[in-house]
Write a protein that binds this ligand. Structure first.
Ligand SMILES: C[S@@+](CC[C@H](N)C(=O)[O-])C[C@H]1O[C@@H](n2cnc3c(N)ncnc32)[C@H](O)[C@@H]1O
Length: 288
């Protein structure tokens, strides 16, 4: 059986001609496009395992912020019934075009495709999954509570995003003490392309306590899974695409420190670990 990574490469056209045409259309370097696609494949192959550990095949899932749609393809491959929420908002608007150019939209979706939260039905999904999205949404409360409302009784939502209590910004692989901008980080800013700068301006710098506060006094049960930290460190050791995305963390000294940190991660409060993986459970309502 093909690996997930080979399966994805067979589902889409990532020929040099397509990469060049995306690069020209959006005025970015072809290397940047190729690296971003490799990183997206690597992410999808990682996240599919997070989903498979939590939901049985056949579950009706909503993927929120599907982006290029690579995880969607893997969810369908592994037997889930999938609907997507993807607004193609702000700097992510080119994704609609890129999906078409790469042939991703040629693959049928078993469920519905929503472009706005207002279209998402309530009480419908066994699971909601959302990776690398919560840090970009304009209104985190509306996003999390809106998606939690889409769960069936007993359903669960799984979210992975950075925890900005830890001053490391994963999109640009940089440590920071103030929100990243041209003024606060002029040297870093100069080496970013327009797309990266626009993505940085969407960041809401969400933290562990923001998530706790917004689910406080709701009927939902919230839990954080600290295992995501050692899993991410292992990824940094093993995945070429992930290493390339985090060059500062790939230096030998950082890797030794991270390996040590991952060994004691079970003792570190989730408040101080990034990325964060949290689950929101809708309690089972008893039938009368
Ligand atoms: C960094 S991309 C991540 C895409 C994909 N999940 C991944 O891991 O590759 C963030 C995505 O979130 C989407 N997004 C932004 N605001 C959103 C919202 N309020 N609801 C759903 N998706 C949103 C963007 O359109 C974009 O596709």
């Amino acid at each position: 059986m093909k690996t997930d990574s080979d399966f994805l490469r067979d589902c889409m056209d990532v020929s040099p001609a397509v990469i060049r045409s995306i690069a020209e259309r959006y005025e970015v370097d072809p290397d940047f496009v190729a690296t971003a696609i490799a990183a997206s494949i690597d992410d999808a192959c990682f996240y599919i395992n997070v989903v498979r550990e939590r939901f049985p095949p056949g579950a009706h899932l909503l993927e929120a912020g599907a982006g290029l749609g690579l995880l969607t393809l893997l969810l369908e491959r592994h037997g889930y019934s999938v609907s997507c929420l993807e607004p193609f908002s702000g700097p992510f608007s080119p994704y609609a075009d890129v999906r078409r150019l790469m042939g991703i939209d040629d693959h049928a979706l078993s469920g519905a495709f929503y472009t706005d939260m207002s279209q998402v039905p309530t009480g419908e999904f066994d699971g909601v999954v959302s990776f690398n999205v919560a840090e970009h949404v304009a209104d985190i409360r509306e996003f999390i509570l809106g998606l939690a409302g889409a769960l069936v009784s007993g359903g669960a939502m799984v979210v992975i995003c950075p925890n900005y209590n830890v001053p490391y910004e994963p999109h640009v692989g940089a440590f920071f003490t103030r929100p990243i901008s041209g003024e606060s980080h002029p040297r870093l800013w100069r080496r970013l392309n327009r797309f990266q700068k626009d993505v940085i301006t969407t960041l809401n710098y969400v933290t562990y306590q923001d998530i706790r506060a917004l689910l406080d006094a709701t009927p939902y049960r919230l839990s954080f899974d600290r295992a995501i930290f050692p899993m991410s460190v292992r990824r940094l050791m093993e995945s070429r695409a992930f290493k390339k995305k985090h060059p500062h963390l790939s230096a030998t000294s950082s890797r030794v420190l991270l390996r040590l940190a991952s060994m004691v991660a079970g003792l570190v409060p989730a408040r101080w670990l990034t990325p964060m993986l949290f689950e929101v459970h809708r309690p089972k309502e008893s039938a009368h």
